[in-house]
Design a protein around this ligand. Structure first.
Ligand code: ATP
Ligand code: MG
Length: 424
């Protein structure tokens, strides 16, 4: 083989598409139930859009971005996530303002230069939502509820919702001091990355996944104990709403998100059915980002779901893709039958019936095999005799039931639940 897909990327092949479409369909349906509307932004942005928002000290900006100069020397970056792009687009198009509530969702590929492994690719897909214009904790709870509803619609169980508050720019500095004081002693026993995080942003040490660091992280001071009165109240009220909605959650005071722009509510949905990379959804509030990106002060909250990881769970659960698209396969013998068959094929498609045909002049036996391989629901078989009668056998490929239907009646009768033309 001459070419291979770039490292860390995967083709989504026709056999996989039905399951992808099922996932994407469930996302759209759930988001739209909550009145979120789709937004599509470019796959690449000016590099600043991401460096300014995501933060220089994050793994994404430090080592994961696909950044390149275009032919005029402008620095562009393939989007590693969509929130920054959505804020950029919202501001540029005047959709984000303090007195407008904007609820949008997106679906699409993201790009991060990471070491490919189970649950980690360089091009992967996310579905996510962003809501701008309210700091009401009810919205935080509703956004979490929406994620939970979506996972239910997808048939996923054994999920855990972890929540935390990471405070705001008023109360976080004192917490960072407390963390610095605590890690001062311990960081020399911790990994190289933690050492660097200690200097730049000690909060991110809590996100370290290295085993030897865990025992130090476990005893670190918790943000929830350092929240100011307003952040504390916000968290309490959000939790109250979650309780009211009977959503099960775990308060995980070690939970911080990978990006710098989060404030107050942070949450993650983790699956017990995945290995090390077990987060399927990450989200939270980012009340300062819009202002940081040049807008007025507009609070916001959102989440992103990793679709490959959802796909992996569904595969483990043996969720079958819808087996077939093909409702009707028309098999023919001889040139004249082929003409008539092709005419019926076109009529079937005009009537909204997914239909297929032989394009290689194969024998009837080979055509029946092909229909079988396509998992066609019905086959209509036209030979010389049938041409004379202007009627032919329609065979249900699953039950092997068959009966005769006139050419003229095939399409009209081919409707209803079973498609066989009977009187249902
Ligand atoms: P992780 O700790 O797993 O790297 P993250 O904090 O980098 O997650 P987010 O930026 O919050 O991830 O992205 C939201 C979701 O997107 C994650 O929960 C995960 O399901 C998915 N995701 C992130 N990076 C990748 C990747 N490289 N390949 C596949 N899915 C990914
Ligand atoms: Mg990551």
């Amino acid at each position: 083989m001459k070419y291979a897909a770039p490292r860390g990327t995967k083709d989504i092949l026709p056999d996989d598409s039905p399951l992808w479409q099922f996932i994407e369909g469930a996302c759209r349906e759930t988001f739209e139930l909550f009145n979120y509307r789709e937004i599509r932004t470019p796959i690449f942005e000016a590099t600043d859009v991401f460096t300014r928002s995501i933060g220089d000290s994050t793994d994404i900006v430090k080592k994961e971005m696909y950044t390149f100069p275009d032919r005029k020397g402008r620095s562009l970056t393939l989007r590693p996530e969509a929130t920054a792009s959505v804020v950029r687009a919202g501001l540029e198009n005047n959709l984000i303002s303090p007195d407008n509530l904007l609820k949008v969702y997106y679906l699409g590929p993201m790009f991060r230069y990471e070491r490919p492994q189970a649950g980690r690719q360089r091009q992967f897909h996310q579905a996510g939502v962003e809501a701008f214009g309210s700091n009401d904790p009810l919205l935080d709870a509703e956004v979490i509820q929406m994620a939970v509803n979506l996972f239910q619609a997808l048939g996923l169980k054994e999920l855990e919702v972890d929540i935390n508050s990471v405070g705001c720019k008023k109360c976080r500095p004192a917490y960072l001091e407390a963390l610095k004081k605590y890690f001062q002693e311990n960081v020399k026993h911790m990994c190289k990355d933690c050492l660097a995080r200690f200097e730049i942003n000690p909060l991110r040490i809590l996100d370290c996944k290295e085993e030897p660091c865990q025992k130090y992280i476990a005893k670190a001071p918790a943000m929830v104990d350092h929240l100011d009165a307003e952040c504390k109240e916000h968290f309490k009220r959000m939790v109250g709403w979650l309780d009211g909605l009977e959503i099960k959650y775990k308060i995980n005071d070690r939970l911080v998100r990978g990006l710098d722009y989060y404030t107050r509510t942070a949450f993650e949905v983790v699956s017990k059915q995945l290995g090390a990379q077990n987060a399927v959804c990450g989200g939270g509030r980012y009340d300062d980002l819009v202002e940081e990106m040049g807008g007025k002060s507009v609070p916001a909250i959102g989440f992103a779901i990793g679709l490959e990881r959802i796909m992996e769970i569904l595969r483990k659960l043996n969720v079958e893709s819808r087996a077939s698209n093909v409702g009707l396969y028309i098999a023919t013998i001889g040139d004249e039958a082929r003409k008539v068959g092709f005419d019926l094929l076109s009529k079937a498609r005009d009537a909204g019936i997914s239909a297929d045909f032989d394009y290689q002049g194969r024998s009837l036996k080979a055509q029946m095999k092909a229909a079988d391989r396509l998992k066609a629901e019905y086959v209509y078989i036209i030979g010389e005799e049938e041409l004379k009668k202007r009627s032919a056998i329609l065979k249900n490929m699953e039950t092997a039931d068959q009966h005769e239907i006139a050419f003229d009646e095939l399409i009209d009768n081919f409707s209803g639940e079973c498609g066989c033309g009977c009187e249902h």
